[in-house]
Ligand binder design. Structure first.
Ligand code: PHB
Length: 405
């Protein structure tokens, strides 16, 4: 059994392995930093992600794919071995700063990779800005991370929340839908996702009939679905992700709304959930910076390698975790593994073109991907790419970041 496969033989086993790695890392904590400066020690990567709760599967998938990228690079960064310290952040914003602080100041990680939830990201952002630790965000889309709280040491390989939904507002308006009800969890990600949609949808002549909200991670959708049925909008636009997205798709169908009121979303609604929802997602259209069927050699190779290693189909989260690995590999290659050369690492990460399964992309001046957004439609078990909804989208614009230097 390969090392990667072993890590994925079950959630519990995975967490045990991670704990063991963390324990070994703690024992190795006495290694003098001189050894690291000379480039002989291991590079310590902190993974702060959710491994439980509604985003638990997302954290696991990001971890798998990040490690896959590293394994494909000979298991090394800039020629040096790696050790991991792993924390389950539980998607709990109240513990965000403490968890990040533990990894940075107690475990002394060289690089911090995290996280999924925008609220937790704000805790990471604080510690990353205070400590200057090299940080890669593999999912959380909170706008502040690459606008007013941007920093030279913080990079994102995923998206800004509104960036994923801005293209869909234009699509829905062009379809001629006039009155739309929106529904989401009320926290930074939900508010920004709905905000991006609303921005382009209203510019295109559409009207938001009503905004409906529920607290994260509540999945009691019944009363809201009843309200939607009585409001009779032309269409419904939602942001949900992970376990919550799967439950919503099933409930929408069970409430008799599927096929009656067209349902749209950011692509997170249908990514990573298709096996779990049967035909409840069939025909749903979304926009996202990834689609299963992107016909490039890079995407095909990635999908094959991921499926072989983990016996699962990859999704957008896997792609973002993989790209976090590719970005870090590029940064450390430029300094031959000398993690102390932070300026050179940052410069390399700023200018590299990532040859990603999503298509080639680069960082904006705010350290957020400038990338194409695909219009996708669920056909069977696939988020099929129908076309490109917007090309090279930089939203919110990088000019909103005054990068401190
Ligand atoms: C977020 O909280 O930023 C978030 C979480 C899950 C997603 C997208 C964004 O799929």
């Amino acid at each position: 059994m390969s090392k990667l496969r072993k890590l994925n033989t079950g959630r519990r086993k995975f967490i045990q392995d991670s704990a063991a790695l963390g324990g070994a890392a703690a024992l190795a904590g006495w290694v003098p930093s001189m050894a690291l400066a000379q480039g002989t020690g291991k590079i310590k990567v902190g993974l702060m992600l959710p491994y439980t709760g509604t985003y638990g599967q997302i954290g696991l998938v990001i971890t798998n794919a990040f490690k896959l990228a590293i394994e494909e690079n000979g298991g090394k960064l800039g020629g040096r071995d790696i050790e991991y310290a792993t924390v389950d952040d539980e998607s709990d914003p109240a513990k965000g700063a403490d968890n990040a602080n533990r990894l940075v100041n107690r475990d002394k990680v060289d690089v911090l990779v995290g996280t999924v939830h925008s609220g937790v990201q704000m805790g990471i952002q604080k510690i990353a800005r205070e400590s200057g630790v090299l940080t890669i965000i593999p999912n959380a889309g909170v706008a502040a991370a690459t606008t007013e709280l941007c920093a030279p040491n913080i990079f994102r390989t995923s998206f800004a929340n509104g960036q994923t939904t801005y293209p869909m507002g234009q699509v829905v308006a062009k379809k001629g839908h006039k009155n739309v009800v929106t529904l989401s969890w009320r926290y930074a990600a939900g508010e920004e996702m709905i905000g991006g949609f609303k921005d382009s949808f209203t510019k295109g002549g559409g009207k938001i009939l009503k905004e409906l909200w529920l607290p994260f991670p509540n999945v009691e959708f019944q009363a809201l679905l009843t309200e939607i049925a009585s409001l009779k909008p032309d269409a419904v636009f939602v942001f949900f992700a992970g376990g919550g997205a799967a439950k919503f798709l099933k409930d929408y169908q069970a409430a008799g709304l599927k096929g009656k009121i067209p349902l749209y979303g950011s692509g997170f609604l249908t990514d990573g959930v298709l096996e779990a929802v049967g035909d409840a997602a069939e025909g749903v259209e979304t926009t996202l910076h990834y689609g299963d069927g992107i016909e490039t050699p890079k995407n095909k190779a990635f999908r094959l390698a991921y499926a072989k290693a983990f016996k699962l189909q990859p999704d957008v989260y896997a792609m973002q975790g993989y790209d976090a690995g590719l970005l870090l590999i590029a940064g450390l290659k430029a300094v031959k593994g000398d993690i102390t050369k932070k300026k050179e690492i940052i410069a390399a990460m700023e200018k590299v073109e990532i040859d990603s399964p999503r298509g080639k992309w680069r960082m904006s001046a705010a350290h957020n991907p400038v990338q194409d957004f695909y219009l996708r439609k669920v056909v069977g078990q696939e988020n099929k790419v129908v076309g490109v909804a917007m090309k090279a989208l930089d939203y919110p614009p990088a000019s909103m970041c005054k990068m401190p230097r």
